[in-house]
Unconditional design. Structure first.
Length: 505
């Protein structure tokens, strides 16, 4: 029988891998979770000889068991190709007493590309397998990185359309320019008059609208999500931890079976959960170092066993980690509750209703694999300066949070295990904050001049993703209020008389 997934909130809600990818979220609001974590079935020595694509197949086939070999391999080939600017896909760079795993060599220069360049192919294959003939309409609310990576991934993918909503004044100028210049006849980008939470709530409301669902169905459409809780985003993220370990082995940095630590700048808990799954599969990982910025909900959770989202939201220089509800943590809670959907559902209910929950002492014991800490804004900037001054290597703000937390871990524990730091964005994506850390005097310089300055200082060519938007034409002009979002979606799909009441399309 096919490997089955079940919901973290109802063990009876089951799905195949392809159904789980198509649906994204279980009907009860829970996340799909594999019934067991499969063990790696090739040796580490063998992995050390594999390409990224071969490693991807060796890992993903264990989770996506209802995909045929040919289906999965063709998804992998279509995703990890010359869209990445290096054949290694995720190179490892030795600096500052650690190994930076550069996850930003894809089309939008942030690590979201690792999963979003394959998700569209997995989704189309899953639709075919499940005899879905509707076009899949992806709806996404974004605070910056996910939107552009999803647009790039789904652009011109046959059988799909994508609509991205972003808060008009809530993303960086480079992030906005990246989105509104997106090509592809099936892509739509909309600025919301409101903040990210309103955009997100609007999307959730559209998903819950049964009448709209029926109308879409009649016109041959169905909705899906490219959100990071989709198992089709989580599984591809396990691959690069296995690949990084294999590269360290191939270069004789470590011996076969020697453990490594992994440090991850964390927001929604997706990337570090993938590392945790890699460990469960048998990859020799000692500590999972969970790094937060000043929104340190996870640090407090690892300290006290209490998850408490009722606090002030802080805007930081690592905006992709500015988050108070880490959705993917639910998968860890489910596991340490003894794979008990009922217990997990009770915690999630408490989180929704009271804003917090506290795990048992026994569950807390099971978190020994993790170390949590955070850096302040000042510390983050200092880390960027230090790494640059000591090694001439420029890291982005998110990566700097992970490096800062790793330094704290190392000085507390004296653990000198070889450590991999997930480097989640190119410094060019956050040019202004990075340059400000290196040279506080540069505040009045224009964005693209700063890009050139960063290129000079770092000795790194300006990435294609940034060059492209210097002169690119703005192709998306739509703006609307949160209430108008369903009408905007209908209009894009050519349905009904949705046009009349819209403010400024
Ligand atoms: C999304 C993102 C993160 C956080 O990753 P999670 O999987 O949400 O924990 C960190 N850094 C960057 C640059 C990101 O875009």
């Amino acid at each position: 029988m096919d490997f089955m997934y079940s919901s973290t909130r109802d063990s009876k809600a089951k799905a195949t891998a392809s159904m789980a990818i198509l649906k994204g979220l279980a009907d009860d609001g829970g996340l799909f979770i594999p019934e067991r974590i499969p063990a790696l079935d090739v040796s580490l020595a063998k992995l050390a000889q594999m390409t990224y694509q071969e490693t991807a197949y060796a890992v993903m086939k264990l989770f996506l068991t209802d995909f045929t070999e040919q289906e999965l391999k063709s998804c992998i080939q279509a995703a990890y190709d010359s869209k990445f600017d290096t054949a290694q896909i995720t190179p490892l760079v030795n600096a500052g007493c650690a190994y930076f795993l550069e996850l930003f060599h894809g089309p939008t220069i942030a690590f979201k590309d690792m999963a979003l360049s394959i998700l569209p192919h997995l989704m189309i294959t899953a639709a075919r397998k499940n005899k879905v003939s509707n076009d899949i309409v992806i709806l996404t609310a974004t605070s910056g990185d996910t939107g552009k990576a999803a647009l790039a991934g789904f652009a011109d993918v046959e059988g799909t359309k994508i609509v991205v909503f972003y808060p008009k004044n809530g993303v960086s100028p480079i992030q906005e320019k990246q989105m509104v210049t997106q090509k592809g006849a099936n892509t739509h980008v909309v600025a919301i008059h409101g903040n990210f939470d309103q955009a997100q709530a609007g999307v959730k409301q559209i998903f819950a609208d049964k009448e709209l669902e029926k109308t879409l169905q009649e016109h041959g459409f169905q909705l899906s999500s490219a959100n990071s809780i989709n198992i089709g985003r989580l599984v591809p993220q396990i691959v690069y931890y296995v690949y990084a370990y294999a590269r360290l082995l191939a270069s004789h940095t470590i011996a076969e079976g020697e453990p490594v630590n992994v440090a991850v700048p964390t927001g929604n808990f997706g990337n570090i959960l993938a590392a945790y799954y890699a460990k469960q599969m048998g990859l020799p990982i000692r500590k999972l170092i969970c790094a937060s910025n000043e929104n340190k909900v996870l640090y407090d959770f690892f300290q006290s066993g209490q998850y408490d989202r009722m606090r002030k939201f802080v805007l930081t220089s690592s905006p992709s980690m500015d988050i108070l509800v880490s959705s993917n943590l639910e998968r860890l809670i489910y596991r340490i509750a003894g794979n008990d959907a009922e217990k997990n559902a009770a915690y999630m209910k408490a989180l929704a209703e009271d804003g917090k929950y506290e795990i048992t002492h026994q569950m807390k014991q099971e978190l020994a694999d993790f170390y949590g800490n955070y850096t302040t804004e000042q510390e983050t900037a200092q880390v960027i300066r230090d790494v640059y001054e000591k090694d001439g290597y420029v890291i982005d703000t998110h990566t700097a949070v992970a490096k800062g937390v790793y330094d704290k871990y190392r000085s507390e524990t004296k653990d000198d295990t070889v450590t991999i730091i997930a480097s989640t964005a190119s410094p060019f994506k956050f040019t202004r904050s990075v340059m400000h850390a290196l040279d506080p005097e540069c505040a009045s310089t224009a964005d693209f001049e700063l890009v050139d300055e960063l290129s000079r200082i770092a000795g790194v060519k300006v990435p294609q993703a940034i060059e492209e938007i210097r002169s690119a034409k703005v192709l998306h002009h739509t703006e609307c209020t949160a209430e108008e979002m369903p009408d905007v979606v209908k209009r894009f799909l050519g349905i009904g008389d949705a046009m009349e009441n819209l403010s400024q399309i």
